[in-house]
Design a protein around this ligand. Structure first.
Ligand code: AMP
Length: 369
């Protein structure tokens, strides 16, 4: 098996990367799809553009990132008509994320009918979380009828960095417990026990848990009732506010943490509070997952913020020395792979994520190649 094309289709963009083994043979982004002056009129045009720009020979499969796999898709799945229909049926569970993946798959099947298409789900890695970790204490009949439970996301990233962490520690993945912190525009934490997800911070959608660029993360559901009943906001407006105008953006007016950190350095107390809210929430989840796992070998930071911000890494784990967790300031500032002091009981690591590579590998595995 030679080349795998990985597609990450969003509502207005398609990110692509062509793999030759583990090597990247081509990559790029088609943006502002359907907008005036954008790169393509629709997803079909976007994929046509991508196929024109990559070498045509040796392509053996297409791997698609699909955000929501619902309760049934627990592993990468080769797409046929029935699978596509089931992914489409999940759109009500993930109205902001799944429609683009469905268009991406449909178009790829039309333009590349001879190639196998594999759907790789952000939720699948979390299928191993025990029932007690995905069940919310609401009316059980309602929950079951409407598929309400925790699913968890960023699964390809958590799986990849947890495995890399075990490799870096020189330990078998099956005997290594890791808390992975994926801190990018979206952010989530995951407790990985022996290579399997046993807890994660995102819930039914990528809205739960940690504070993000524009998403609130965890809030009391009464916030929604209150905004509707007392503030008179329609439900769509509340959804927009909590998903697109909340998080760091809601707190400071900036969704990019770099800008928030700059403002804090200039003495802005609003930015200072936002960073404290952001890092405290991470620390709360680290504490929760220490309790879930009982024994933790490593805590691993990844994604845009986790890979690049010594401030966030250091502040998120401050005050945890009594639990065996510490960050060495010099190693942290230098961006070393291991940022805990030598001999620390819990390794603290910085591991660049590679969701596309993981999707390519999982696509090959699903095809048995
Ligand atoms: P991702 O979604 O993984 O691409 O992460 C993107 C986010 O990472 C951006 O929105 C930035 O807020 C954040 N980021 C990137 N570099 C830095 C940095 N040096 N310091 C703080 N945040 C950063």
């Amino acid at each position: 098996m030679t080349r795998v094309l990985v597609l990450n289709s969003g509502s207005s963009s398609v990110k692509y990367r062509l793999f030759d083994g583990a090597e990247t043979a081509a990559k790029g982004l088609v943006e502002r799809i359907g907008e005036p002056g954008g790169d393509a009129a629709d997803h079909r045009g976007a994929l046509q553009r991508i196929l024109e720009s990559i070498p045509a020979d040796g392509l053996a499969a297409v791997g698609h990132r699909v955000v929501h796999g619902g309760p049934d898709f627990t592993e990468p799945t080769v797409v046929d008509d029935a699978v596509l229909a089931r992914i489409e049926a999940l759109v009500p569970l993930a109205p902001l994320h799944n429609p683009a993946a469905v268009s991406g798959i449909e178009v790829a099947r039309k333009l590349l009918p001879e190639l196998p298409q594999v759907a790789v789900f952000d939720t699948a890695f979390h299928a191993t979380i025990p029932a007690a970790g995905v069940t919310w204490a609401i009316d059980a009949e309602l929950a079951s009828r409407w598929q309400i439970r925790r699913y968890g996301f960023h699964g390809t990233s958590h799986a990849y960095v947890a495995r890399r962490t075990a490799e870096l520690l020189g330990r078998p993945s099956a005997e290594t417990n890791v808390i992975t912190l994926h801190l990018g525009n979206g952010a989530s934490a995951c407790a990985v026990e022996g290579g399997r997800s046993v807890a994660t911070s995102m819930g039914m959608s990528p809205q739960g848990g940690l504070v993000m660029g524009t998403r609130s993360g965890e809030i009391d559901p009464t916030v929604v009732f209150h905004l509707h009943r007392v503030a008179g906001m329609p439900i769509e407006e509340i959804e927009r506010s909590l998903t697109r105008e909340a998080g760091l953006l809601g707190l400071t007016g900036e969704n990019d943490l770099r800008a928030v950190l700059r403002r804090r350095a200039e003495g802005d107390p609003v930015a200072g509070l936002a960073v404290d809210v952001y890092t405290r929430r991470i620390r709360e989840y680290v504490g929760a997952y220490l309790a879930v796992l009982g024994r933790v070998d490593a805590i691993t930071f990844t994604a845009g913020v986790g890979e690049n911000s010594p401030d966030v890494r250091g502040e998120s784990l401050s005050g945890l020395e009594a639990l065996g967790i510490a960050v060495d300031p010099a190693r942290n500032a230098a961006g070393d792979t291991f940022i805990s002091p030598g001999g620390a009981p819990v390794a603290v690591c910085v591991v660049p994520t590679d969701e596309e590579l993981e999707i390519a590998n999982q696509s090959r595995a699903a095809l048995g190649r």
